[in-house]
Design a protein around this ligand. Structure first.
Ligand SMILES: NC(=O)c1ccc[n+]([C@@H]2O[C@H](COP(=O)([O-])OP(=O)(O)OC[C@H]3O[C@@H](n4cnc5c(N)ncnc54)[C@H](O)[C@@H]3O)[C@@H](O)[C@H]2O)c1
Length: 358
């Protein structure tokens, strides 16, 4: 491969346009072509990124993949197309970066993983939360053994009123895979499990609710701006999920996610407890470490880990470094399989009212 990564972004809506901008800022990458079912969105994305309006734009991802000389595609479509486009790209010998969630169900995730293995090409899915400076600090802290054994924790992303693209693909189960559990769960469950050292899940229990489908209150979350709203569209997903995961090493994780619920305010968090220290990861980039010193005095540490930075841009830089420099991948497709199996099982548990073994 050349020393420049030739990339095409497929799906240039809210998030895809950001990806185009981040690729444009990456000196080791060249945006070769864009694709969206609505090509005018590609034109807007090029403009926003300060790229040439002459960069080819496609409506059909197969036509782009078949005609352009590229090393990789970056898939930022609605969730339903992540696996479909990834499998096609692997069949054509390309590397794949995809936005989260990895796929809308475990079968589709498995198909992506197998297609990547058959092609011998890289599959990486967005895990932007791993790349914030507070996350990297905590990962190092844990790997240095300072937290001891991490045996339990909690994570979540709860919104008061923040339903994205109401009536559109986000709230249509067949296109999104689900509501906040899959949309937000992928972010914070992944961060927690990654910090815990990626133990394998063995069973889950969950509950889901849909109480706000008809709520007309004004959104109070900036994230509600994602996706296009559809008047009188479909809303057949949950708006809140609670759950519990057990892992093979005996550890457990509580979780809660909502797009809408009657809480004080939006909050994104991971709290883990280890035998030597526990800690809290906060969305504003701060962390708290709860431990005791060598004299047995309970001690609170609030290390300053710098600006959070863009976890998304860093994830794309990591993808570039894997392909151009042979860097060791941080994300593995097996982690994606574990994640989507957890989510599928939580939905099954919510439906059946029983704990589900994985
Ligand atoms: N990592 C994050 O922080 C984050 C934040 C928001 C969204 N996302 C993810 O990014 C993805 C896109 O979300 P969004 O908010 O930008 O949605 P969006 O609806 O604004 O954009 C999706 C775009 O994909 C296009 N598209 C759909 N199917 C296509 C196809 N087959 N071929 C070409 N284009 C197609 C649509 O026309 C649309 O422009 C989702 O998977 C979402 O979960 C991630």
């Amino acid at each position: 491969m050349d020393k420049i990564l030739r990339i095409a972004v497929i799906g240039t809506g809210g998030m895809g346009a950001n990806h185009v901008k981040w690729w444009a800022q990456n000196p080791r990458a060249e945006v070769v072509a864009l694709c969206d079912l609505k090509p005018e969105k590609c034109k807007k994305a090029l403009e926003k990124a300060g790229l040439s309006a002459d960069i080819p734009v496609y409506e059909d991802y197969k036509a782009l993949i078949d005609s352009e000389r590229i090393d990789a595609v970056d898939i930022c479509t609605s969730n339903d197309f992540h696996s479909i486009i990834a499998v096609y790209a692997f069949e054509k010998g390309l590397n794949v970066f995809s936005e989260k969630p990895d796929a809308i169900n475990a079968q589709e995730m498995q198909r992506m993983k197998e297609a990547s293995e058959k092609a011998g090409k890289l599959l990486m899915v967005m895990r932007n939360n791993r790349y914030y400076s507070n996350s990297r600090y905590l990962k190092q802290f844990i790997e240095d053994g300072k937290a001891g054994e991490i045996y339990c924790g909690r994570c979540g992303w709860i919104r008061r009123r923040g339903i994205p693209g109401r009536g559109g693909w986000f709230t249509t189960k067949a296109r999104s895979g689900g509501g906040p559990l899959i949309d937000l769960g992928v972010h914070m469950i992944d961060l927690a499990i990654w910090l815990m050292g990626n133990p394998a899940p063995v069973s889950v229990s969950g509950c889901t609710y849909a109480k706000f489908a008809d709520n007309t209150a004004k959104a109070d979350s900036q994230h509600a701006a994602f996706g296009e709203k559809v008047q009188d569209g479909v809303f057949d997903v949950e708006d809140l999920a609670m759950g519990f995961i057990r892992f093979d090493n005996g550890a457990c994780l509580q979780l809660e996610f909502s797009w809408a619920s009657n809480i004080e305010k939006e909050k994104r968090f991971v709290e883990l407890r280890g035998t030597k220290a526990g800690f809290t990861w906060n969305e504003d980039g701060t962390i708290g470490i709860w431990t005791e010193d060598e004299h047995g005095t309970l001690t609170d540490l609030k290390p300053y880990t710098g600006e959070m930075g863009s976890g998304h841009a860093r994830a794309l830089e990591h993808f570039t470094a894997i392909l151009l420099d042979g860097a060791k991948p941080d994300y593995t497709p097996q982690q994606g399989v574990n994640m989507i199996r957890i989510l599928d099982a939580l939905y099954e548990s919510a439906r059946t009212g029983k704990e589900v073994r994985l």
